[in-house]
Write a protein that binds this ligand. Structure first.
Ligand SMILES: [Zn+2]
Ligand SMILES: [Zn+2]
Length: 137
């Protein structure tokens, strides 16, 4: 089950707005989607959104999905303690499921150990159909 982070009290106004937009979205948002959503709140410049996103990603409150060039709120409050973060991305409805898996992490650890490769962080993006969309097909 997903456990959203508690919203830290020391976020700037823009960071709070951006995190709120990500939390209330059912799908990943691009920086421009976020800007559009927050125009009514006074955000005008893409740079305002990018700065807030940088900080949120740095603090582990949001993630950037490379394959979509979009952002999601982190759905795992213990995310920063884990080495592996995986995202199952539904290409039909856009739903993203963040999860981690100890077996995959162990296998990668063995692989890396055998090659003296020091893993800092692993991010997997898995594309396909979520259970609901697959059932409709
Ligand atoms: Zn996370
Ligand atoms: Zn779906």
């Amino acid at each position: 089950m997903a456990h959203n982070h508690a919203v830290p009290s020391d976020l700037t106004r823009n960071q709070g707005l951006v995190l709120g937009a990500l939390n209330s979205s059912g799908a990943p948002l691009s920086a421009y989607d976020i800007l559009d959503a927050l125009r009514a709140d006074g955000l005008r410049a893409p740079l305002q959104v990018y700065r807030a996103l940088d900080k949120l990603v740095e603090r582990g409150l949001a993630h950037r999905l490379e394959s979509l060039n979009a952002f999601v709120a982190c759905a795992d409050e213990h995310c920063d303690r884990k080495q592996l973060t995986a995202f199952a991305i539904c290409t039909n409805c856009g739903k993203v499921d963040e999860f981690t898996d100890a077996v995959i992490e162990d296998r990668l650890g063995e692989w890396a150990g055998a090659r003296s490769f020091k893993i800092e962080r692993t991010t997997m993006e898995i594309r396909g159909k979520c259970g609901q969309c697959a059932a409709l097909a």
